[in-house]
Structure formats: C-alpha cells, structure tokens
Design a protein around this ligand. Structure first.
Ligand code: PLP
Length: 297
C-alpha cells in the first residue's frame, strides 16, 4: 500500500513530492482538480472526470495541450506505481510556475500532478452510515463571480462552509445560492425525496455538476424512480421525507437530520436505500464490463 505523486510524468514517493513556491496554484489557488476513486482497481467514471477537468481548464483559460490519452497514461502510471488494491486519486493541474502577477503570459506551462493513496472500499449500502447536515449561513459563490461549476483549487468558499458545519456539530453543510434556493454541500451534491419524488437542484442553481450526481440521475431513471432537477427553497429540505448526499468518495449517503431536526424517522429512507443499491449494482456492471464511464449506463 503506497502513497505516490506523479508530477509532470515522473512518479515520486509522497515524501519527495515537491512543487515550486512560485507555482500559481500555490500562490493564487490558480488550479483545477478532480478526485477519482477506483472500483475493482480501475478508475471509476474516469472519462467523465477527465471531461469535467477539461471543462474547468477551458473556463480558466488553462491551455491543456495534452490529449485525453496522456491523461489516462498518467493515471495508469500513478496507479501502477502505488499498486494499492483500491485507491483514491487527485488529479491537479496548476497554472504552473511564474513570476508574481495575474497575467496569462507569466506561466509558460501548466503543471500536472496525480496524488494517489490507498482507499478503503466503500461500505456497502447496508452498513454505510448516515450524516447530519446543517443549512449554512455562508452562501455558495454567485455563478457571476467564480462559477461553482469550475472544479478549482480555490476552495475558500467550501472551506469556510465546512468550518461552520463542524462548529455546529454536523458532518456536512448545505449552502444556499444568492437567490436563497438550495445549492449544494461543501463537498457534495444534495437530493431530497418527498412523496416518492426525488429532487435535486438544477445546474443553473449554481452548483458543481457532480459526476456522482449525474450517475445517480441515470440510475434513478433506469430504476423507475421519478426524479426532477429543479430549484427549491431550504423549507423543502427541512420538510423532506428523505434526503441524501452524493460524491465520489461516498456514492450515495443518507442524511439523518437537518439543523438537528430528524428527517423522517431519523434513519435511511426507503427510496434512498433503493438508489444506494441500484448505484452499487450499476457500478458493479460497469466494472465487470471494464467501462471507464465513456457511455451513459
Ligand atoms: C462543491 C462540491 N459539490 C459536489 C461534489 C461532488 O462531486 P463528485 O460527485 O464529482 O465527486 C464535490 C466534490 O468534491 C464538491 O466539491
């Protein structure tokens, strides 16, 4: 079991992995990233993560001249060097090293890093614990400032939200958008269930287009669970029968309480459990087929 960092084509043990203090990722948070987990030893939904990485790069005028094949090669090399049964990896692309300043010409090449560490396999739906969430006072970034759709290394909005959640004794905090509608968690997307209908904020509400969120929408439709992407106010979260979070490292995770008020009977709800099992089955099918998530399931 190992932790390694692939940096611009070379693999280093964790202790030897360094970048310049003049890298604009360090100086300004001028970077993008993806967190990807393996399933059956292979990166799960890799293609979708790489596509989102490219979309983030385009939004920040980061010139990724590398091809998709190069990205995949780096991922393969880093995973092979780590040789963990299951890994969690973070691909980071920074603006690169350059003089102080914001100009686009200051940095000649973006830097690419892939940090790989061992991961415990996800707990199966039967034993996966639920979480307590709170509705945060800090708002999600207004999409007219830095769009939440960009998965950037500039995470202060999320970090301040996570600190508030922690202070209030919750495992995750839910942010509203400037219009007062529910947006997303500090590191997760949110779904609610009321009268058998599943709802999740629309991308236009100013959220990260979560890879897991997208997969859950597909799984729900396949499973015949009615699901809608639409704006809703915090009152709908508080009055939900069930709610759950989605994210790469947790797949689908039940919410047990909101602002210390129990949801439903305070346990995982039946539709949440159905989607957790359907997700696990769809994931197993993709892994068995050796699918990198290139196609919709
Ligand atoms: C703000 C935010 N929303 C949602 C997610 C979940 O996205 P994904 O399912 O792609 O991991 C993340 C993941 O880091 C996140 O940072």
């Amino acid at each position: 079991m190992a932790e390694v960092v692939w940096i611009n084509g070379r693999v280093y043990p964790r202790e030897e992995a360094v970048i310049s203090v003049f890298d604009h990722g360090f100086l300004y948070g001028d970077s993008i990233y993806e967190t990807i987990r393996t399933s059956g030893g292979r990166p799960f939904l890799l293609q979708r993560h790489l596509e989102r990485l490219r979309a983030s790069a385009a939004a920040l005028h980061l010139d990724l001249t590398r091809t998709l094949e190069d990205d995949r090669q780096g991922v393969d090399e880093a995973l092979a060097a780590a040789a963990n049964p299951e890994s969690i990896m973070r691909i980071i692309v920074t603006r690169g090293e350059g003089d102080i300043g914001y100009g686009r010409d200051l940095c000649r090449h973006p830097s690419s890093l892939i940090y790989v560490r061992p991961m415990h396999p996800l707990q199966d739906p039967e034993t996966r614990p639920g979480v307590r969430v709170v509705i945060l006072s800090i708002l999600r970034n207004d999409p007219r400032t830095v769009s939440p759709a960009i998965k950037s290394g500039n995470l202060l909005n999320n970090i301040l939200g996570a600190h508030e959640a922690e202070e209030r004794g919750a495992e995750e905090g839910i942010m509203l958008n400037p219009a007062g509608q529910v947006a997303e968690g500090t590191m997760t997307n949110l779904f609610i269930v009321k009268n058998g209908v599943v709802r999740t904020p629309h991308l236009e509400d100013g959220i990260l287009p979560g890879i897991t969120r997208g997969f859950v929408l597909e799984v729900a439709r396949e499973t015949g669970v009615p699901v809608r992407e639409e704006s809703f106010p915090p009152a709908d979260l508080l009055a939900a029968d069930e709610a759950f979070l989605t994210g790469t490292t947790r797949a689908v995770q039940p919410i047990l309480s909101v602002n210390e008020v129990q949801l439903g009977d305070g346990r995982r709800g039946p539709i949440t459990y159905r989607l957790m099992r359907a997700f696990a089955a769809a994931e197993a099918r993709q892994v068995a087929a050796g699918d990198h998530g290139d196609t919709s399931s």
